[in-house]
Design a protein around this ligand. Structure first.
Ligand code: BES
Ligand code: MN
Ligand code: ZN
Length: 507
């Protein structure tokens, strides 16, 4: 029997090799499937660089407008290299070009793939590199075979990636780290709740920590009781056992005990039945994905660690089920959170904000320079932005343009919403400092984020991501699977490119 830790090794992306300069017949003979990307208007000179350029040009005239790929053909070499040609507007936004890349790659995965080649021609150097990078990301995303427990394992589809025609060696370290992080997020999120239960999850995180050189600390139920994490424990009290826990991982590039530059916090609800206020069948069906926020934390930490990112990072996982039963929490229960605030329970299905309230308060105690949390927190956020975007919320509204920009540039798009005292009026309580949620009010994603804000130290810039785009039929941007792993790519943009923890804050 293979363990989850064995399985997670399969999230490693395939190799990416590079052959710079023109794509000779000899180079092409080593490729099983070649993806060729051209601009919408192909400069005449570019056809010389397309294998069988004349033939492709002729076929291109007969394409159905808008089809991706536009042309499919084969080279007459021994391998019968399949060639897929597509046109894209190089100036389009990342989301659009990544979506194009996913469609190009899905042609490849339609047949038994082996060595996949990428050739982008007809653009200026910067565009060529950017598009190539996106194609690489799409091939790596498609190469990951989502976990399944069939008696006959699914064969791997893509063996390796070969980039052709660039003017220089690029390395693609970022794409590889990002792909691995995204794969880990998708792997964890996809696992059924009986495979990834709380015990298996904490064990797996310990094994990952040992392998990656991260520090691992588990706060079990007894310890959390002593710490007064009443909000999290209210949710956990419905469990059949005491396996619920906070896990804290520490990535330290240099000084072992440095205070964190950044803390990542994730909702890790193993399965969300709704609790005493039980969900109906269709709403409950997929609720093993309710640990998706914590899976983004794991994937992001792994990617940053692979890239040897130069910041001390704490990663927090709030792990429990949300179950019904004689010991489960109920409406009107009054509980005391870790930061001393009292909460009147309203609806047991609003368990995520309870679990995160204490986790955020704990994360704040270490005094990080910034916090980002991720959660499949509300259906309201999906109603607001659909599953194409995720919602973002922050105690530093000056960050809104930066957050949107990170979404636009990464292709994992986010949209900001307001939070704050104004909204707290909706969750005033007669019996406690705060009500958990409003019995009936619109904008629950905003109320939930405003609730969380009450547990975050005001001195610390904080971003909350409500992961509406965690699951989308047909995939999203470059990712072809329903579970998108949304969040890792956005986070790397925010943490590395915008240096979230290093002084982005101006509020
Ligand atoms: N995990 C759910 C939110 C969710 C629903 C995420 C569907 C992804 C897909 C969350 O715990 C929840 O149940 N929220 C409730 C809150 C309400 C009771 C105030 C919701 O959105 O209905
Ligand atoms: Mn719920
Ligand atoms: Zn939930």
């Amino acid at each position: 029997m293979s363990t989850l830790f064995d399985e997670i090794q399969k999230t490693r992306p395939p190799k990416v090799s590079e052959v710079t300069g023109s794509a000779t017949g000899k180079v092409l003979a080593g490729i099983d499937q070649l993806l060729v990307v051209l601009p919408t208007r192909v400069p005449a000179a570019a056809w010389n660089r397309v294998p069988q350029g004349k033939k492709v040009q002729a076929l291109m005239r007969r394409r159905t407008p808008g089809s991706v790929p536009a042309v499919k053909t084969r080279l007459s070499n021994k391998r019968q290299t399949a060639v897929y040609v597509g046109n894209v507007d190089g100036a389009a936004e990342a989301f659009e070009t990544l979506t194009f890349a996913r469609k190009m790659v899905s042609a490849v995965t339609g047949e038994k793939a082996g060595i996949v080649g990428i050739l982008v021609v007809g653009f200026d150097d910067a565009r060529q590199e950017a598009l190539t990078s996106q194609l690489v990301s799409a091939v790596l995303a498609a190469a990951y075979v989502m976990p399944a427990f069939k008696s006959k394992p699914t064969p791997a589809r893509i063996r390796s990636v070969r980039v052709l025609g660039l003017g220089r060696q690029v390395g693609f370290g970022r794409e590889l780290a990002e792909a691995e992080g995204n794969n880990v997020t998708r792997f964890l999120t996809a696992l059924p709740a009986n495979k990834l239960d709380a015990k298996a999850y904490t064990t797996l995180l310990k094994e990952m920590a040992d392998a990656e050189g991260w520090q691992y600390k588990k706060y079990g139920v007894n310890e959390l009781e002593k710490l007064g994490a009443g909000a999290f424990l209210a949710v956990a009290q419905g469990n059949a056992d005491d396996s619920a826990a906070f896990v804290r991982l520490r990535y330290r590039p240099d000084a072992k005990n440095a205070t964190p530059d950044l803390s990542l916090v994730g909702k890790g609800i193993i399965f969300d039945t709704g609790g005493t206020n039980l969900k109906p069948f269709t709403s409950m069906l997929d609720m093993h994905i309710d640990m998706g926020g914590s899976a983004v934390v794991a994937g992001t930490l792994l990617a940053l660690s692979r890239l040897k990112h130069d910041a001390a990072i704490d990663a927090w996982f709030a792990i429990t089920e949300n179950r019904t039963g004689p010991t489960a929490y109920k409406s009107q229960d009054v509980i005391t959170a870790l930061n001393g605030k009292t909460i009147q329970t309203i609806h047991t299905d609003a368990e995520g904000r309870m679990a995160l309230a204490d986790t955020l308060a704990m994360a704040c105690e270490a005094g990080p320079k910034a916090i980002v949390d991720y959660a499949t927190l509300t259906g309201a956020c999906i109603n607001a932005v659909t599953t194409r975007y995720s919602g973002v919320f922050t105690n530093r509204p000056d960050l809104h343009p930066v957050l949107k920009k990170c979404g636009r540039e990464s292709g994992e798009r986010v949209w900001p919403f307001p939070i704050g005292d104004d909204f707290i009026e909706e969750i005033k309580s007669d019996t406690a400092d705060l009500a958990q949620c409003a019995p009936s009010a619109g904008g629950d994603h905003i109320l939930a984020a405003s609730f969380l804000n009450e547990f975050v130290d005001k001195k610390i810039p904080w971003v909350h991501v409500d992961l509406s785009a965690c699951s989308r039929k047909g995939g999203l941007a470059h990712v072809p699977s329903q579970l998108t792993g949304f969040g890792v790519r956005f986070s790397l943009q925010l943490i590395i490119d915008k240096d979230l923890a290093g002084g982005i804050d101006n509020g």
